[in-house]
Design a protein around this ligand. Sequence first.
Ligand code: HEM
Length: 130
Amino acid sequence: MAPNHKTFVFNDVAKHNKTKDCWVIIHGKVYDVTSFMEDHPGGSEVILASTGKDGTFDFENAGHSDEARELMPKYYIGEVDQSTVPAKHLVDMSAGNTAYTSEMSRQNVIRILQFMVAIMIFGLVYAVKA
Ligand code: HEM
């Protein structure tokens, strides 16, 4: 990674929000993924939905592999000046961060509920058959 990397202001990065001109912010770094859009295994739509904001949560939430992370330097173009990122877009993934942890625990609750509903359906089917 070049030591003299460029630093962008959030609004300039956010302008690149089209399939043919697409930049994303992940962990404070800016990636120009325009040339990758067509090849992205998750499709171009999901990346497009992560533009104009901090895409860190979306990226991490998709559970990317180490191989995916190894591809990233290819698209790296610089850093985002964190002071220019609107507070509502700031994603702090550090342990104990309440916004991130509450989003994660909300998702865990949904998973547990889905699991319980599935068990109940199995139970009902079994009860009806018995
Ligand atoms: C530089 C940026 C990115 C790179 C290099 C990248 C790369 C990849 C790669 C290689 C995969 C295949 C599975 C894997 O190896 O993990 C993948 C899957 C996926 N990516 Fe990305 N990705 C990027 C950004 C994003 C963003 C911003 C999102 C937003 C949500 C996203 C969403 C997904 C999803 C949902 C999948 C799963 C597709 C499936 O399993 O059907 N990716 N990505």
